[in-house]
Design a protein around this ligand. Sequence first.
Ligand code: SAM
Length: 256
Amino acid sequence: MESRENIGGVNPEDGVDFGFRRVDQTMHTSMVRNVFDSVARRYDLMNDLMSGGLHRMWKAALLDRLAPRAAQTLLDVAGGTGDIATGFLSRGGGAAIICDINEQMMLAGRDKSIDRGFVVGPRLACGDAAGLPVASASVDSCTIVFGLRNVTRRTDALAEMCRTLRPGGHFICMEFSPAVMPLLKPLYDTYSFRVLPWLGARVANDREAYEYLAESIRTFPDPPVLSAEMQEAGFGNVSETPMSGGIVWLHSGWRV
Ligand code: SAM
């Protein structure tokens, strides 16, 4: 299960993990974009089915931490179909911007927010987390939720998100993690490598996208490594909180 395939003879030092495969950086971004192009219209339904609705609880916990206020602007990077940005606005947040490399995901989210009756929804910006089209020190909060695992240049993206925050601004990353409670691990592995791809094939018509999901979680850094990368990028007062037995971790930091 843990063996890594090397695509196109890429030097392992230069490559990036795409699930269990090691691929060239330029290929990686388009492979990730293809995954989300393929599942965009079924993405929300799959989230509910895969997590049994738990993702709503995880996202609500993140919004509690953000404590939205009318004077606050949020940048939600890799915001996809907009759960965090629309949740922020519904709870009284001032303005929200979603930046994602995938237009299809953002368009699916825009349709959803229109259906829910949002008159002014989040602003949408198509762009890469590692080169955000957002001015420096212009937002009060920045989030990336189940997104950082997919980003090709993670440390550049962390530095970019720090750059966009005003000094004292809050950064939260929520992500699946390989650091799951040992007791849960056998069941979690069976679920990830057998049930998820099966569901993906039936509901989103894309087995590989959900194999990628399971694999990409296993190659994501452990929480202390990510916290160190956050500090390196310029965040202070960094903390990490496990949720649901360590299946998900909430990383918090502040721009110093
Ligand atoms: N944050 C949303 C949520 O929690 O429902 C969406 C998460 S989805 C698993 C991952 C998102 O990351 C996709 O919408 C994908 O297009 C986006 N993404 C992947 N790589 C990215 C990058 N380099 N820059 C910006 N967005 C990226």
